[in-house]
Design a protein around this ligand. Sequence first.
Ligand SMILES: Cc1ncc(COP(=O)(O)O)c(C=O)c1O
Length: 402
Amino acid sequence: MDREQILRVEDQYLPKLYFKRPVVAIRGRGAVVWDADGREYIDCMAGFGVAILGHCHPRVVQAIAEQASKLITCHGSLYNDARAEFLEKLMKVAPSGLEKAVFVNTGAEAVECAIKMARKYTGKRGVIAAVGGFHGKTMGALSATWNKKYREPFEPLLSGFRHVPYGRAEAVEQAIDEETAAVIVEPIQGEAGVKIPPSDYLVRLREVCDEKGVLLILDEIQTGLGRTGKMFACQHWGVSPDIMCLAKGIAGGVPMGVVLARAEVADSLKTGEHTSTFAGNALACAAASATLDVLIKEKLPERAWRLGEKALAELKEIAEQYKVVREARGLGLMMAIELRFDAYNVLMSCLDKGLLVAESGRTILRMLPPLTISEDLLSRAISIIESSVAAEEDERIRGKPS
Ligand SMILES: Cc1ncc(COP(=O)(O)O)c(C=O)c1O
């Protein structure tokens, strides 16, 4: 099929669930993807943070190929070597106190499982989530997600969910009552536009949850696995949750989610209470093992920190220089540039210049590049952002058409 046919077929048969860029990605390597016409893009969207090792990392490709020729599927009701190997590796890096894992297939499913675990363990129903929080779009996860646009058409959602301002532990403290099972937050809010909370937020949340006997669930689906400069973002503040949700890049691009939890919390789920046909399948586990090996061996969290510091300094310079930019912020290789206007033109201009970036709402561009991106590609990406912002500034502030 040529490019036009591909666009036509997808537009004809798929409902318009995604904000689509007119790019037909057919191949990827590292932080670069190529479209059907051989055009090259620097990928700072990386599947909204999935491609943490970039596309088709040779170690992951090899692990998938070897496992695919041995055993692809293996239901959780049988034991499996790839699963056991991955579990051992994962538990070595898990934040202290998290000693059990439940496999799922996506981020939203990890959140579903976390909610069920919290309700089962505490025997209570209430969950406190944060304004701006994003936890996925299945009915349970959606109950914790903040954005009304996603929630309202599907109400009634789960009962017992409340949203309180993000970054204020005292708001959580006030909202906790005798029916509260858990508090769920992202250590840094991703979909809300890379919102970094005050430095004592997670520490205070941990204290509040301990004082009130409420479970702390951290959604590290976007922040986890080195993205922010530590293996898990909560480690910046020395906080361990009772339950942690992981997904996105954990298996190098193969669908997988994992819920890590304190043993007694995880063990409250009994046989049959949370299973899924594909969960912990051999192929995903082999890919996840290879991904974790590379993350650790190549010290990618540390690398993300180093590259992120430099990139953020450059983005902040852009923010100072151009009036159309409200702010640049980030931690590690999770960065955002917030405009004073709709970001659509800048996003499309980046695309024209060969750069893929993610959006966060209407006004924010989010950069979630592979942690393996070369310094050269990252600075080229930032130059493209700068020239796209400059064109927007000409148009909006100086009235010059670009
Ligand atoms: C913090 C967070 N939680 C949950 C999800 C949902 O993950 P999935 O799209 O795999 O269901 C996302 C996805 O962007 C996310 O960023």
